[in-house]
Design a binder for this molecule. Structure first.
Ligand code: SAH
Length: 244
């Protein structure tokens, strides 16, 4: 059997949001590699080996997956959401760079529905105009870079989606983020907290920035800050298609 490495996104949580091509890759896999909670979203079956790991060992995990594919296994590397959004696809390519001779491994990247898009749909259309997304974890970048990007994005009047709002290594970081945004955007700017989107535990909460508190977010929450034109209509939050 020819080995193959398929890097997939499992979507935000709902089984219906796993794409058919991802389901097919999982059905053909011999091995599934990834962070434990994501691997546990894959149904066990005879002949399928599951390799759950800790979330701090992305590069080791990626190297192990490449080695298995070189040995002829059909390996699927799983991420939540989309694998290219703060997830395993980049880790696999980083690993590939360090492994001479591995560049000819057959690799496919299959997209998934990223948390930001599932949350935006549940809220209405807060990302309906220009936006950016920022990972608030400072595991892989200095905190000063996060602050600089927040300030510049606010200046550009972009809506913003924030992944990993409560970094385990810096629990006070999100309080600082809210302070910076208050300063730059004022207390009336809408901010939405979308937790466990598409799962039975989903909670959506939209408030003016002046009422936002750090405890409204945890690691299962994606935070969406509106631009200056983002508004409410009924229970919905949306950003009009025109600006300026
Ligand atoms: N690759 C993933 C993101 C991984 S970073 C994706 O594309 O969605 C992990 C962060 O994603 C979490 O801290 C949270 O901010 C966000 N997230 C992932 N799933 C989520 C969900 N179902 N609801 C809300 N936020 C989610």
């Amino acid at each position: 059997m020819t080995g193959r490495l398929t890097i997939v996104g499992l979507g935000p949580g709902a089984a219906d949001m796993v794409t058919p091509e991802v389901s097919q890759a999982l059905a053909q896999a011999t091995d599934v590699v990834g962070y434990g909670p994501y691997v546990s979203r894959v149904a066990p079956r005879p002949g399928l080996r599951l390799h759950p790991s800790d979330n701090r060992v992305e590069l080791d995990r990626a190297q192990a997956a490449i080695r298995m594919a070189q040995q002829g296994q059909r390996v699927v590397v799983v991420s939540s959401g989309d694998p290219g959004v703060f997830a395993m696809a980049s880790a696999v390519f980083e690993a590939l760079e360090t492994m001479p001779g591995a560049a000819d491994v057959a690799i496919d990247v299959l997209p998934g529905i990223t948390a930001m898009l599932a949350a935006a749909a549940a809220l209405g259309a807060p990302l309906g105009h220009d936006f950016c997304c920022i990972n608030l974890s400072d595991n892989l970048k200095p905190w000063s870079l996060i602050e600089r990007r927040l300030t510049l994005a606010a200046e550009a009047d972009l809506a913003m989606a924030f992944y990993n709002p409560r970094s385990a290594s810096r629990p006070e970081g999100f309080a600082r983020v809210l302070e910076i945004l208050m300063q730059a955007c004022g207390p009336d700017r809408l901010i939405s907290f979308a937790r466990a989107v598409s799962t039975p535990e989903q909670v959506l909460n939209t408030v003016p920035l002046g009422q936002a508190t750090p405890d409204m977010a945890d690691m299962r929450t994606i935070v969406i800050l509106g631009s200056s034109t983002t508004r409410r209509v009924g229970r919905w939050v949306y950003t009009p298609r025109f600006a300026g």
